[in-house]
Design a protein around this ligand. Structure first.
Ligand SMILES: NC(=O)c1ccc[n+]([C@@H]2O[C@H](COP(=O)([O-])OP(=O)(O)OC[C@H]3O[C@@H](n4cnc5c(N)ncnc54)[C@H](OP(=O)(O)O)[C@@H]3O)[C@@H](O)[C@H]2O)c1
Length: 372
């Protein structure tokens, strides 16, 4: 069902005052993969039934500390510069529609509004963090954006702040029937697709021996299979438009990271699949851009699952300097606009990348020490 802005604003109203954590119903802290019902609710159960809806809303990040052992990359660089340049690309000539800005005295060419004007985009994980920032950036640029995530009220708030062309459909991306409905809604509502942003994801914090098999598979479902299968469904639209695919990976997609085994596996798998797909799609005019941020100030670490699937409820990297979701959104969109293969964001990402090639043993030692 497609919702209008006015009836959605009403639906969102009751939840609009709550923070991201409250709106996601995270206070119980119990979150287990499907199949563990009886012990705790699955995410789908915890968040209520998926709703069919399309429309506009806002989202703040949240953070705090737990044990520093999970902060693997913190030791590489405690306080990376907030606005460091991504992958050396920001010095290049700006793409059409880009405007310069001077955050903290450094020249950073940000994606402006003209380039994405009229673009038909689908953004997953748009109810929070980076996905919400990407949706707003696109909306401000005049794109017509369909947002998706499970939290309907949060989606409504983000959509409301993402321009008049924004709409949303709430549901669980790991559900094949929902992915079909979403694809159908995009076809009907947008009449095609120019940009797919595969951003939805969860992370973890547990050593491998504590990680239950079901939880590992659940993380792979969300962080890998859901993105891949959604991409498969919308490919015809992207062929028709010679569109763009964005894949939100991580520094953990480049470097195996202790206490993140399943997350690292999913992110590495994304690199493998979408790296291959990128070459397959070249002749069809469709580009694939893989984005690899380091630490970003979003609720993702609070929502990270422990070995038994429960949410950890705190941010183990709290207090350190992080990229903002808005910064990551702008850099990601700029790279997608230029149809770049990959964009690295955050000093720790570049250091990890360099060390993994030039001195992998040193990197292993650093990461081992950080998680002891
Ligand atoms: N934050 C970082 O430090 C960081 C660093 C590197 C990479 N990344 C990547 O960036 C992406 C976005 O993360 P974030 O930091 O913005 O986290 P976030 O604020 O927790 O947002 C995660 C998003 O994914 C959605 N999502 C999770 N499971 C889902 C499911 N089963 N079905 C549908 N939607 C689902 C959430 O929607 P609902 O809550 O509405 O279900 C939410 O919108 C992830 O892929 C993450 O791996 C983040």
């Amino acid at each position: 069902m497609t919702r209008t802005p006015s009836n959605e604003a009403q639906a969102a109203g009751s939840d609009a005052a709550g923070g991201a954590s409250a709106s996601h119903g995270r206070s119980g802290g119990s979150k287990l993969p499907p199949g563990r019902a009886g012990e705790a609710r699955s995410p789908r159960e915890a968040r209520g039934p998926a709703a069919d809806s399309l429309h506009s809303g806002a989202v703040p990040p949240g953070r705090r500390a737990r044990h520093a052992a999970g902060d693997c990359f913190g030791i590489l660089l405690r306080n990376p510069p907030h606005n460091d340049r991504d992958g050396g690309g920001s010095h290049r000539r700006p793409a059409p529609g880009m405007r310069p800005s001077l955050p903290r005295g450094r020249i950073l060419v940000a994606m402006g509004s003209a380039g994405w004007n009229g673009t038909r985009a689908l953004v997953t994980g748009a109810s929070s963090g980076i996905g919400a920032a990407i949706a707003r950036e696109l909306g401000a640029a005049g794109a017509r954006v369909v947002l998706t995530g499970r939290n309907e009220a949060a989606l409504a708030r983000v959509a409301a702040s993402s321009g008049t062309g924004a709409s949303f459909l709430a549901g669980d991306l790991t559900d094949p029937a929902f992915r079909e409905r979403l694809t159908e809604a995009v076809r009907e509502h947008l009449g095609g697709l120019d940009l797919l942003v595969n951003n939805a994801g969860i992370t973890m914090n547990a050593r491998f021996e504590e990680l239950e098999s079901e939880v590992l598979r659940w993380i792979m479902e969300i962080d890998f299979f859901a993105q891949v299968e959604l991409t498969r469904l919308v490919l015809p639209e992207l062929f028709a438009s010679k569109g763009r695919i964005v894949v939100m990976s991580s520094v953990t997609g480049l470097v195996g990271t202790p206490t993140r085994t399943a997350y690292a596996a999913a992110k590495h798998a994304l690199h493998g699949l979408f790296g291959a797909l990128r070459i397959e799609l070249r002749s069809r005019g469709v580009s694939v851009t893989i984005a690899c941020p380091g630490y970003v100030a979003t609720p993702i670490r609070e929502r990270a699952v422990l070995g038994d699937g429960r949410e950890q409820g705190v941010d183990q990297a709290a207090g350190r300097t992080m990229l903002s979701a808005e910064d990551v959104a702008r850099r990601t969109l700029r790279a997608a606009w230029r149809r770049r293969r990959m964009v690295l964001m955050g000093m720790e990402t570049r250091l990890a990348r360099i060390l993994s090639i030039a001195a992998p043993g040193v990197l292993d030692n650093i990461l081992e020490k950080a998680t002891r």
